[in-house]
Design a protein around this ligand. Structure first.
Ligand SMILES: [Zn+2]
Length: 136
């Protein structure tokens, strides 16, 4: 991925200045939104270990890495829209991000509309789980 290209999370920033900083823990997302965006980009770029590490341990599924790798094969991510953010700022410990993520699966396109909850664990934002909202 070209580091000067627009970031896949569609923040409007360059990849280098956006999600790329968070791989290998050079820097950590300061807000729930940044973690949400970086997890989306990690799906696009197939960074299973980042997705695993930023998923709260109590919410991981058995065989999560395997499931992630399977999802990379089956799903092509097409775009992200952030709909709404509640809390999740640098001084918060909990945050919610509602988003729509567009994807293609088995030659059909879909929208995942989800409200995800994030919590800080030892100062780092983690994804816990998401509530699926109506398809639109
Ligand atoms: Zn980004």
């Amino acid at each position: 991925m070209n580091k000067d290209a627009p970031c896949p999370c569609q923040s409007g920033q360059r990849y280098r200045e956006c999600c790329q900083r968070f791989w290998a823990s050079q820097q950590q997302p300061a807000t729930a939104e940044q973690l949400m965006r970086s997890r989306y980009t990690a799906f696009v770029l197939e960074k299973a270990s980042y997705l695993f590490e930023t998923h709260h341990p109590e919410y991981r599924q058995a065989d999560e890495l395997k499931a992630l790798k399977k999802s990379f094969k089956d799903t092509q991510w097409l775009g992200l829209e952030i709909v709404q953010i509640q809390a999740g700022q640098t001084e918060d410990n909990v945050g919610m991000v509602e988003f729509k993520a567009h994807y293609r699966h088995a030659r059909q396109t879909y929208v995942l509309h989800e409200r995800s909850t994030f919590v800080k664990v030892a100062g780092r934002w983690c994804y816990t789980q998401g509530e699926q909202l109506s398809q639109s």
